[in-house]
Design a protein around this ligand. Sequence first.
Ligand SMILES: [Fe+2]
Ligand SMILES: [Fe+2]
Length: 335
Amino acid sequence: MKTPAYLYHGTQSLVARLEPRPARGADAANDRLCGVYASQERKYAMAFGLPIVPDERGGLAWSLDYVQRIPRIAIHAGLLDMTRVGYLYRVRADTFVPLGDLQWVSYVPVVPQDYEVIDPAECVQWIAARRTSRRPGHADGLRHRRRAVASPVLAPRRTARRIDFGRLWRRVTAQFRLTEKSPHGPDHWRRVERMGLRLATRTQADVAVVRLFAVFHDCRRVNDARDDGHGARGADFAASLRGRLFDVPDETFERLRVACTLHTDGFHHEDPTIGTCWDADRLDLGRVGVVPDPRFMSTDAGRQMALDLAGRAGRRSAHVGHDAGATWLREYGAF
Ligand SMILES: [Fe+2]
Ligand SMILES: [Fe+2]
């Protein structure tokens, strides 16, 4: 088989390096191998990144058929969690060997080239309805017969309707007034989204708000210095697109509005979703040479991440000292 340049790997975790591990997949014989699994087929790999989670009894079992390049997933126990996202990594194929028509394996760790977010709402058509059998009781006068009943396989999405983030990003990026190289531009938004999603796996933040915050919070800046009110303008812009390019319930939008409006004011917030948004933004201060300060994080996960970053920066940072708070706020206010 000719080795493609790139392969795809789907998983529920956001990581910097993919480690070999025994995997559950469609081919039982090969699943005993300990490796990083990947496929040249994008949708096949995506199926493994879907957030299928245990049911209330802890049961988790699903199987996959791949017919005419479309995944068909039967969930025998567990649920597709519509409040979470998965990740599809693109990896260089150099270290992979083929395991069959669809699967490849690397026995050494793999550093991904890039990744994209898998929204389960875009894949629900791959999920087969689960069918169970039930016998109706005698009292209804019906004859005994086996009757197939569909049982739910989707966990509810907290923020209701699906959001087309690709379309939203195109619209928001098109109106951004600063240059492509701006430290507050789309590259920064992507890093905030990535960090926010990573934190959300520990903070239980609403991922829709985290992703909306990432794209809106700096989108209405008019300069790269101190720009008072840019968060509120971002929130107003989000409000103007709500109902046209995306829709969320009032309570969800209120979280987004607060997160955008107050994101430069150095506050903490006890709401895990708003706290996650702010931590994700502040954790990207490394782009302007400022080491994130754990004291300005709202969530435990954010604090831990800031400590890790500060540890890596070590004594090189002039901003982690006795006056770190004041310096940090001054820098943060400007950026
Ligand atoms: Fe900002
Ligand atoms: Fe920002």
